[in-house]
Design a protein around this ligand. Structure first.
Ligand SMILES: NC(=O)c1ccc[n+]([C@@H]2O[C@H](COP(=O)([O-])OP(=O)(O)OC[C@H]3O[C@@H](n4cnc5c(N)ncnc54)[C@H](O)[C@@H]3O)[C@@H](O)[C@H]2O)c1
Length: 334
């Protein structure tokens, strides 16, 4: 079967692609393990760094909000779509039109293309903790009401509702994952308000100075890309009936203060790495971060066999093993 990953050349898309090529199969529409003959990464940006060629892999460039393009992309041989294409929180907030076009119209284009197949393909959608906001309990859970306080959060919440409805109507067999911040993101900082968390590990470990814009007491719930990809495979393969009335699963994450992150950095990279942090408070970023959930209680995910990293050290270790040498090469290239 053909598997499509939208936003496929992005951070998570390429991780997932690597894993799917390695496994070579996923649950097919009938639930049985089915070989992946073709894996299509769809994106409007080229893969940077380039993705190693593979005879089952195809990269298609286009705009997710263009319905004709998406119809051609998601064709009769498509058994599964991982819908990850999005503009991130900072950009969706700064440019309302782009945010709604990519994050809402793009999602509708994907859903309509899946519906047109008439084969009820599986679809996994990457939602976000940004669906929560305002006055929140100390720990968010599957029962916490959705009160997004950003356009990005609103777009993700709408996406979740659409996927529930299209699944209820039998157009797709959908699942949504609410992602905490995925750490450590390799490459360069992006426009997400949370970008500094990855920078805090990535830059010092690759010999580069970093600015930390928030206080040592700030708290963030994080998950490693390894654990996320495992969760995506798991929810994809479960039978649709396991989800009942809600197709959404809040993912677990471990909460760590910035001070605890710095201690983990010290354990991994020594005093020299810690000395590369410059503390430069930014009131705007601090306010955004203070408005985010401090902890997650993800009972539903745990019940489905999805688990967080054991501690922040596991997250740092995954970065060192999977990405640090490529990151150092990127730094050396300038
Ligand atoms: N990384 C995280 O911490 C995190 C947290 C919560 C939710 N998410 C969600 O997970 C998904 C993947 O995130 P990521 O970290 O890999 O982000 P990313 O920015 O690396 O990947 C998103 C991809 O979407 C592509 N894209 C943007 N506009 C497009 C368009 N018009 N047409 C086609 N492609 C387009 C981008 O080029 C990019 O490659 C996103 O939906 C994001 O909102 C990520």
């Amino acid at each position: 079967m053909k598997v499509v990953i939208t936003g496929g050349t992005g951070f998570i898309g390429r991780r997932l692609a690597q894993r799917l090529l390695q496994r070579g199969a996923l649950a097919g529409p009938d639930g049985r393990e089915t070989g992946i003959d073709e894996l299509v990464l769809f994106d409007n940006a080229p893969a940077q760094p380039p993705i190693p060629p593979n005879n089952r892999l195809k990269i298609v460039t286009g705009d997710i909000a263009d319905r004709d393009t998406v119809r051609r992309l998601i064709d009769a041989s498509t058994g599964t779509v991982f819908h990850l294409a999005a503009v991130v929180s900072g950009q969706a907030e700064a440019d309302t039109d782009i945010g709604y076009r990519v994050n809402l119209d793009g999602t509708r284009a994907v859903l309509e293309a899946c519906r047109a197949l008439g084969t009820r393909p599986r679809l996994v959608f990457a939602s976000s903790l940004a669906v929560y906001g305002g006055d929140m309990p100390p720990a968010i859970s599957d029962e916490t009401p959705l009160t997004p306080q950003t356009s990005y959060g609103a777009q993700k919440a709408i996406g979740e509702l659409l996927i529930n409805d299209y699944s209820r109507k039998g157009f797709i067999d959908g699942r949504c994952l609410r992602l905490p911040t995925i750490v450590v993101r390799p490459g360069r900082p992006n426009r997400a308000a949370s970008t500094w968390v990855s920078s805090l590990f990535r830059e010092p470990l690759s010999g580069v100075e970093v600015v930390c814009p928030v206080s040592r007491e700030s708290v963030m719930a994080c998950l490693s890309p390894r654990r996320l990809v495992a969760a995506m495979e798991r929810v994809h393969d479960l039978p649709g009936e396991r989800f009942g009335y809600s197709r959404t699963v809040l993912l677990p994450g471990i909460s760590a203060t910035v001070a605890e992150m710095v201690e983990a950095l010290r354990r991994a990279g020594g005093e020299a790495a810690v000395k590369r942090i410059r503390w430069q408070p930014d009131a705007v970023i601090q306010k955004i971060v203070d408005g985010w959930p401090r902890a997650i209680v993800a009972k539903r995910a745990e019940g489905l066999g999805i688990h967080a990293d054991a501690d922040i050290d596991e997250i740092v270790r995954a970065f060192i093993e999977d990405d640090l040498s490529a990151q150092k090469a990127l730094v050396a290239a300038g």
